[in-house]
Write a protein that binds this ligand. Structure first.
Ligand code: ATP
Length: 376
């Protein structure tokens, strides 16, 4: 197994850089990709993540050479490829709809690209065998695509693309047609193969969990613009824009004012309601003034407020509307007077005070938790 993989690794040229410089694409008057800069390292797996219509597929097709961009430059392995045809770029693409040749067996499908390039029968047979073994489909070599499940067809499509040893692997929503369990298997499988081959990979997805679990870095796109390009952790904990904060994961978003305090910390004062929150590190904006505050549900903590107790303004006063035990966590849905509701998630460990529906609570930023403040 190991020697087979190391051989494949050598054949795959293991990883080249992919650079996009100010890439712009218009369809008629409308801008689909708006001056995107992206530097992908050799061997990296990058997810292009964003809502439907944000331009991810257009960008992937530009890298593949299937669309000629309106402006900007693409480099693969340091070489400008803008004038090269798709088959001269060394980029292999796997589509959502596997696009296997229906009248060819699995082995003929996988060997197709090599045969078209005039490889010897011996080389074709050897590579087909290696590729089918890698995607664990060697037992199905003689079958036709119609005799395979969706997941199996997807594996064959991947083997067919990898058989010609592309320098870059491009995956366009490759798991969209698969059910949840199969999707997870394929995500793990592709990650394993990608790591073993060290092949630079770009995957288009609108599924944030998929991007978070597979990618080394995530490029979040919105309306043609690259909003953030960072590690999954950074995109989640330190969203660069309010779009990213809202699109990736869940965020409590509250409008208000950011005010510096004498002790070097900041205070967030809610515009509606009476809430004040102490913030140690506001990011990305620490300019005093009108802001949007965003906190993940697990970055807030809640405490019960005694009935008739002193009214405290340092925190978000709320009433518990719902408590959902979700595996290892408790999810609290909280309502507030004259202000938007909030969501808080706490680990279900011993020592968590019993808080029930109808209780009054105060929510504060959990010590050391990242929260985000965006300029208005
Ligand atoms: N051939 C085309 N002609 C005109 N407009 C197009 C064409 N292809 C895409 N568009 C538009 O360009 C924008 C970006 O489309 P693109 O397919 O790149 O988005 P996407 O993020 O991949 O979306 P999805 O997740 O729905 O596939 C969309 O507004 C789309 O309607």
């Amino acid at each position: 197994m190991e020697s087979r993989m190391s051989k494949l690794g050598q054949q795959s040229l293991s990883g080249v850089s992919v650079e996009l410089e100010s890439v712009l694409h218009r369809y008629g008057e409308s801008i689909a990709v708006d001056r995107v800069d992206l530097q992908i390292n050799p061997g990296e797996l990058v997810a292009l993540l964003g809502p439907s219509g944000c331009g991810k597929t257009t960008l992937l097709r530009i890298v593949a050479g299937l669309i000629t961009q309106t402006g900007g430059t693409v480099r693969i392995g340091g070489q400008q490829v803008d004038r090269l045809a798709p088959n001269e770029r060394g980029a292999g693409i796997v589509f959502q709809s596997y696009a296997l040749f229906p009248h060819m067996t699995v082995e003929k499908n996988v060997g197709y690209g090599l045969r078209a390039r005039g490889a010897s029968e011996r080389e074709v047979n050897q590579t087909v065998h290696e590729m089918l073994e890698m995607v664990q489909m060697d037992a199905y070599a003689r079958r036709y695509p119609r005799e395979l499940s969706g997941g199996q067809q997807q594996r064959v499509a991947l083997a067919r693309t990898l058989a010609v040893h592309p320098r870059v692997l491009l995956l366009d929503e490759p798991f969209a047609a698969l059910d949840k369990n199969l999707r997870l298997d394929m995500q793990i499988e592709i990650r394993r193969i990608q790591r073993e081959l060290g092949i630079t990979t770009l995957i288009v997805t609108h599924d944030q969990d998929e991007a978070m679990s597979m990618a080394d870095r995530i490029a979040v796109m919105n309306a043609g613009v690259l909003e953030q390009f960072d590690s999954p952790e950074a995109v989640y904990d330190r969203p660069a824009t309010r779009f990213v904060a809202g699109f990736v994961g869940t965020a409590n978003m509250i409008e208000g004012l950011l005010v510096p305090r004498a002790d070097g910390m900041y205070e967030f004062q809610e515009s509606e309601g009476q809430a004040r929150l102490a913030i140690r590190h506001p990011g990305p904006c620490s300019r005093p003034g009108s802001v949007l505050f965003a906190a993940r549900p697990e970055h807030l903590a809640i405490e019960p407020v005694e009935a008739g107790g002193v009214y405290r303004v340092d925190g978000l006063m709320a009433r518990v509307e719902m408590v959902l035990p979700l595996g290892p966590s408790l999810v609290y849905e909280l309502s507030r007077q004259d202000a938007p509701g909030i969501k808080v998630v706490v680990p279900r460990t011993h020592g968590v005070p019993r808080i029930a529906v109808g209780d009054q609570v105060v929510a504060r930023v959990r010590d050391g938790s990242p929260v985000s403040v965006f300029a208005d």
